[in-house]
Design a protein around this ligand. Structure first.
Ligand SMILES: Nc1ncnc2c1ncn2[C@@H]1O[C@H](COP(=O)(O)OP(=O)(O)OP(=O)(O)O)[C@@H](O)[C@H]1O
Ligand SMILES: [Mg+2]
Length: 265
């Protein structure tokens, strides 16, 4: 349903490498892959490997130099309809929940942002109060939180609010960029359990960007390894142990395996 074809991205650089006649540094090289409906695709790679850049291309924020992103047969950057199609179907959750939630907004307004998107798309007026209460319940938060401000919540609670905002617009795909990385290990597991539950309930497709192999084995069906802007592997999570990718191997050597998911690694 979602596909990247030969995507290349470069940024202006201080370094003296000439690409397309300018001094640019290439960050992504011919990225091609498909995400099947209903799966969770993990994107793993060390810092600076190009994960977030790829995420920005995927969610319509960055037009690649070359190549395309296709959602349900429609090219995202090809036309205005393509962009609109994407906005209607894809939500994003970022790592930094403290800045992605406006500190002056109450929780109900933060979730309301997602509801507004849905109202606009479906041309309906929603019962905001009821929807907000339902969404808070869905992500495991008390409904009384709706009147609070972001600083009155813990990191894990606020990230749940951001997840509620992401699902409020009823997307088909959610892109997570290091969305749980700054939470403590226990909270990470709780949030991942919530994500699994939501995925089942709402038939969602996930793209889960992280540098943490443990969360990939816990949550993802497939994994894509990114190394210096290139995909080095794309395989089912269960076969991760067979990878020959050197970066993946070095991660594997330091992994702690969750015993709740019986996998041979
Ligand atoms: N807007 C930009 N202008 C110039 N260079 C950029 C820009 N955005 C990213 N880069 C460069 O692209 C490379 C990849 O960055 P990116 O943020 O995609 O990495 P990442 O894999 O998400 O890393 P991390 O795990 O640290 O988040 C880096 O070398 C970065 O400096
Ligand atoms: Mg990043």
């Amino acid at each position: 349903m979602l596909e990247m074809r030969d995507v290349c991205v470069s940024f202006k650089s201080e370094r003296q490498e000439k690409i397309f006649g300018h001094t640019r540094q290439q960050v992504l090289f011919d990225i091609s892959f498909q995400v099947k409906k209903g799966i969770c695709l993990g994107v793993l790679g060390e810092s600076g490997s190009g994960k977030s850049t790829m995420g920005r291309v995927l969610c319509g924020l960055l037009k690649p130099d070359r190549g395309e992103t296709i959602l349900d047969g429609v090219s995202v950057y090809g036309s205005r309809t393509g962009r609109k199609n994407l906005q209607n179907k894809l939500s994003v959750v970022f790592q930094d929940y403290t800045t992605s939630a406006n500190p002056r907004f109450r929780i109900r307004d933060i979730i309301g942002e997602g509801l507004t998107v849905r109202e606009r798309r479906e041309e309906v007026r929603l019962n905001r109060e009821a929807e907000t209460a339902q969404l808070l319940k869905l992500v495991g938060l008390p409904t009384e939180f709706e009147g609070r401000f972001p600083h009155e919540l813990s990191g894990g609670q606020l990230q749940r609010v951001c997840i509620a905002r992401a699902v409020a617009c009823r997307p088909e795909v959610i892109l997570f960029d290091e969305a749980i990385s700054s939470l403590d290990a226990h909270t990470q597991v709780q949030v991942m359990d919530l994500l699994r539950e939501l995925k089942e309930k709402m038939g969602l497709t996930y793209i889960f960007i992280t540098h943490d192999l443990t969360s990939v084995t816990y949550l993802c069906d497939e994994v894509l390894f990114l190394y210096k802007g290139r995909i080095t592997e794309h395989l089912p999570t269960g076969q991760i142990g067979r990878t020959k990718d050197p970066y993946a191997r070095s991660l594997l050597e330091s992994i702690i395996v969750f015993d709740t998911k019986e996998q041979e690694i």
